[in-house]
Design a binder for this molecule. Sequence first.
Ligand SMILES: Cc1cc2nc3c(=O)[nH]c(=O)nc-3n(C[C@H](O)[C@H](O)[C@H](O)COP(=O)(O)O)c2cc1C
Length: 143
Amino acid sequence: MKGNNQQDLFALAYISNSIYKDEADLKKANDDIIYTCDLKNKITGVTGLLYFSHGVYLQYLEGEEINVLETFKKISKDHRHSDITLIYSGRTSARKFEKWAMRFVSNRHYVDNLFQQITHFGFAKGQLNPNNKHLLETFLKMI
Ligand SMILES: Cc1cc2nc3c(=O)[nH]c(=O)nc-3n(C[C@H](O)[C@H](O)[C@H](O)COP(=O)(O)O)c2cc1C
């Protein structure tokens, strides 16, 4: 896989709010996003996780730094979500979602508690401390 050289590996995570309230609009938006992720990330070698729960996205992107950053730049301009808040970015030694162009998971009760800590309490805007990095790691392992 492109970008599997350990020195190149980079990851970032952000949270955002979907703009859709209507269930059918939401489903259509998520289906379209998943389709695009599959198509584009297979070309750029980006892998990761897109978690969606209660109108909130948490996405973890990993791959070659330039590809992760360019993908995030596009995502940041996407009108289907708002209040995009970067919660983590940095070098990483190995991929966590190697087999997935973008694994999509939604509304898992057993991870929602942790998810809510991350989205509402665990992270101050733009800040990262060892505790919330640990929280994110735990969340990603639970999925
Ligand atoms: C929550 C969310 C997650 C997304 N994740 C990805 C992604 O992982 N990879 C990607 O290429 N596009 C993703 N997109 C779509 C991009 O914002 C954008 O629409 C797409 O990359 C279009 O690329 P293009 O300008 O090259 O056609 C996501 C959009 C949203 C709203």
